[in-house]
Design a protein around this ligand. Structure first.
Ligand SMILES: Nc1ncnc2c1ncn2[C@@H]1O[C@H](COP(=O)(O)OP(=O)(O)OP(=O)(O)O)[C@@H](O)[C@H]1O
Length: 280
């Protein structure tokens, strides 16, 4: 994706009250004796695009769950716009891992987006004209208006993913969490979905945390990588983190990273069969 170049984050977001959307200090998450990550310090600025990488089981989804207020940290501090995370917060949008929708579901794209809007908090009565306009606006922004009235189960994976993005943006969040949103999409749809997320952070200053097994489809957008592996982590620009030395240290075994034009090729990462996006 040479046509895209990583951009600096936009100036402080339109909604975020401070210069830091998300702040983690000495954060640790452990299940029993098993430490997923610890001593994690991270400040995320408005408009920043952060890729969260790591092998299966390294704690990427658990990280998002902590940000969603669904998982308490074992130690340390976590603030979103200066406040502790809270379930159902308007400040955070979430695109969950893609799951196939049953073909016979009566739920339409329009209904899903509407579910993302808390009518009370927005002062939009259900069924009201303002609510309908807001839903239309969201569907149009992601290019999903043409199929807004079709049952979700009839939409392609890429189309469904656009609708999920519209739903995640329904409350105009300052932080967008994406859990492997490119999974099972073809290359064209991967590029379209990644570009939509990038557009959102550029135009609205929404910070993005993008969990993925494959950095290559989003490489042109990524400001920093948070790489989790083996109970350790590394944060930095892609060129600093995606190196043989850093990944070998994280995995505790020799890993080779080759920069091939606009791609990173990772060879020898334990469990790389299912972590092989970077090698594809
Ligand atoms: N509530 C829980 N209690 C105990 N262990 C858990 C809990 N939730 C997750 N785990 C374990 O923690 C580890 C990290 O899980 P998590 O889903 O965060 O990993 P991940 O990096 O997102 O993996 P994947 O790439 O496979 O989605 C896994 O081994 C998982 O089994």
């Amino acid at each position: 994706m040479t046509e895209h170049t990583a951009v600096s984050p936009v100036e402080p977001g339109l909604k975020a009250s401070g210069a830091t959307v998300l702040s983690l200090q000495g954060a640790m998450l452990a299940y029993g004796q098993r430490v997923l990550w610890q001593d994690l310090d991270l400040d995320v600025r408005p408009g920043e695009f952060i890729a969260v990488l790591g092998p299966n089981g390294s704690g990427k989804t658990s990280f998002l769950r902590a940000l969603l207020g669904q998982q308490t940290l074992s130690a340390g501090k976590l603030l979103i716009d200066g406040r502790p995370p809270r379930r159902g917060s308007n400040l955070v949008g979430y695109i969950p891992q893609h799951r196939a929708v049953a073909a016979h579901t009566p739920l339409r794209a329009r209904d899903l987006v509407r579910l993302g809007i808390d009518g009370h908090r927005w002062g939009l009565p259900l069924g009201g004209g303002r609510l309908r306009r807001r839903v239309e606006e969201l569907l149009t922004a992601v290019g999903a208006a043409p199929y807004a009235d079709l049952p979700l189960g009839l939409l392609s994976g890429g189309e469904q993913q656009r609708v999920r993005i519209a739903q995640a943006l329904a409350t105009d969040p300052i932080l967008l969490l994406c859990d492997e949103p490119l999974l099972s999409l073809d290359l064209n749809h991967q590029q379209a979905v990644a570009a939509l997320v990038d557009q959102r952070r550029r135009e609205h200053g929404t910070a993005v945390l993008f969990v993925t097994h494959e950095i290559n489809p989003i490489l042109g957008y990524v400001d920093r990588v948070l790489y989790l592996a083996g109970g350790r982590f590394r944060i930095g620009p892609p060129a600093e983190v995606m190196t043989s030395a850093v990944l070998s240290e994280l995995y505790g075994s020799p890993v080779e990273v080759i920069r091939a034009r606009d791609r990173f090729v990772v060879v020898g990462a334990p469990g790389s069969d299912d972590h092989g996006g970077e090698t594809s």
